[in-house]
Design a protein around this ligand. Sequence first.
Ligand SMILES: *Cc1c(COP(=O)(O)O)cnc(C)c1O
Length: 240
Amino acid sequence: MIHPSIPTNLQIIRERIEAAARRSGRDPREIELVAVSKKHPPEQIREAWDSGQELFGESRVQEALVKIPLLPSNLRWHFIGHLQSNKIRKMLPLFELIHGVDQLQTARDLDRIGGELGMLPRVLLEVNISGEPSKKGFDPKALEQIIEEMLSMPRLQVEGLMTMAPLAGEAESSRPYFSGLRDLRDQLAQKTGIPLATLSMGMSGDFEIAVEEGATLCRVGSSIFGELLRNEKFPLIENF
Ligand SMILES: *Cc1c(COP(=O)(O)O)cnc(C)c1O
């Protein structure tokens, strides 16, 4: 397979993030790019690292447990997938932030296991802002209560919110979901007294809109590493 040029792709995306930030009167340094490396082999991650990308996103624990030890230890990792409680103990030491907590029980388990490991798990709460039944995430109306409950978990650090806009042909159609997440954050921060400073929103198709609406983390995969072909197999991760 001919790989797209990872360094060039990264540079273009960084420039587009910067331009979107300036357009909307934001400091580009408020936004960090999460290079979503799921299903891509360590050599490609290494290539991104060599061109200055430090932060990567993985969505499957099994895959991450194989790949992360093969890469330099100063790479930083965010977990962006659906987290099952039985995987927490293994994954927690490897990831600095968990983006998609979508159940109270997962939060309880993170708090308890964090205590056992001497760690303070940092999390974002996934919000189903579009209300589509097929989407994961907390109901926006339930979140105040949920955050209040999480405040009684001594180890858990709730740092912000995450969402995925519905699939759409046009980036612009994501805007109301992203501005909705920001408004929700502003209300919840006021009501609960915790700042919820981090907003994880925007993917390859709509990250500029997300930046314009206040994203602090954009999760971009295919625009950096290329599309994955359905039947493509990498020797290392065939078994996942
Ligand atoms: C795969 C994935 C992304 C990246 O999507 P692209 O469209 O490839 O940029 C972002 N967020 C989550 C949760 C993902 O699973």
